[in-house]
Design a protein around this ligand. Structure first.
Ligand SMILES: *Cc1c(COP(=O)(O)O)cnc(C)c1O
Length: 366
């Protein structure tokens, strides 16, 4: 008899995260050069990264033989200044995904529960399952987070509630007033994660003052990332904002040295380059409108997006994505989110979106 390790059931039942198809995979399959592939699958910045961040990154590269500042003091200070809060309120991680994982590790232990909306970001599901937590999934018939449903889920006694605003993969947004009043009704022993990965893309009327909410609510963690509008997805930097007592708990759990020196330096430069951010937001808005119009004229319905991606109803999402692959285009099927009829399409440059619309036109005609 061969002895094998005994894995806890909640670990053995996990499924690995399925990312967007890598450019190199499709290029190799089609015999294309990598620069001939257009990837609109991972909500990356359509302009790439800020030139200031790239310059800072290049000059920081000579320091890679040293450990980074584990506390990310300079970055924490820059983020605190940016939000006009004290540094004790800021917790940095290797992507906000890693902060999410730390919150789950802090709050959830075997038998505790976490609640989130159906069609939520995959990381919520995995972070909860990894901890052996019991997920409470609140139905979302109109693909928006049902705040009333989440509030009723309190009856099942969750310790952690996740809300992505805007949502991924839906792109939908909540009214700030409704969200604030929801937060005010959450009992103090329930930690609420407000994941604002796409905050910068939300128009001014629908933007909640989430930092002000953190001042009001000691059980709230707001998450932001440098991966989307700031264009640093490959460097892995994100952060949480919470009152000092909660932030202190998260700092105890986080692994040291997870955010590299180069990432810290580039994130500081990116935060300082608000001009790049404005260009990103302006261009994203323009091309997103073009994408939605193009899809509509091809008879493809999409949800009103407040992000840098669009959720489009393609009939059979996975098959649709596979057909586009022949054209060197990568979009994201979302059947793993429970949305088999939809695909998520990131907003690219104008020429990338033109190429996508043309390919869809060709496919629909055959
Ligand atoms: C992209 C995304 C994140 C952040 O990802 P990181 O790269 O880990 O910072 C977090 N939440 C949602 C909903 C996202 O779509």
């Amino acid at each position: 008899m061969t002895a094998t390790p005994i894995y806890p059931a909640h670990i053995a039942s996990l499924k690995p995260y399925v990312p967007g198809l890598p450019i190199s995979d499709l290029a190799a399959r089609l015999g294309f050069e990598e620069n001939e592939i257009v990837k609109l699958a991972s909500n990356e910045n359509l302009l790439g990264a800020s030139p200031k961040a790239l310059a800072a990154l290049a000059s920081a590269a000579i320091d890679i033989s040293r450990y980074p500042d584990s506390d990310c003091a300079a970055l924490v200070k820059a983020i605190a200044q940016f939000h006009d809060i004290s540094p004790e309120w800021v917790v940095v991680g290797a992507g906000s995904e890693s902060v999410l994982g730390n919150i789950a590790a802090t709050i959830l232990e075997g038998g505790r529960k976490s609640a989130y909306s159906a069609y939520s970001f995959q990381a919520y599901v995995n972070a909860a399952k990894r901890m052996g937590a019991v997920p409470i999934v609140v139905p979302s018939p109109d693909l928006k987070v049902d705040l009333g449903g989440l509030e009723r889920a309190l009856g099942e006694n969750p310790s952690l509630v996740y809300i992505a605003n805007p949502g991924n993969p839906t792109g939908t947004v909540l009214e700030p007033d409704e969200l604030e009043s929801f937060l005010s009704r959450m009992p103090a022993h329930v930690v609420v994660i407000l994941d604002e990965a796409y905050f910068e893309f939300v128009g001014p009327q629908l933007r909640g003052d989430s930092v002000h909410w953190v001042r009001r609510f000691p059980n709230l963690v707001v998450l932001r990332t440098f991966s989307k509008a700031y264009g640093l997805a490959g460097l892995r930097v994100g952060y949480g904002i919470a009152q000092p007592a909660l932030a202190d708990m998260l700092r105890r759990v986080r692994s040291p040295f997870t955010v590299t020196h180069t990432a810290q330096v580039a994130a500081i430069a990116a935060l300082d380059d608000q001009e790049f951010l404005s260009r990103t937001i302006e261009m994203n808005g323009r091309v997103r409108q073009m994408l939605v119009k193009g899809l509509t004229s091809l008879g493809i319905q999409s949800l009103e997006s407040h992000t840098n991606f669009v959720l489009a109803k393609a009939g059979q999402g996975a098959a649709f994505a596979r057909r586009l692959e022949k054209h060197g285009l990568i979009v994201r099927p979302v059947d793993s989110y429970g949305l088999p009829e939809w695909v998520r399409i990131s907003v690219g440059t104008e020429s990338e979106v033109e190429r996508l619309l043309h390919a869809i036109h060709v496919e629909l005609a055959t």
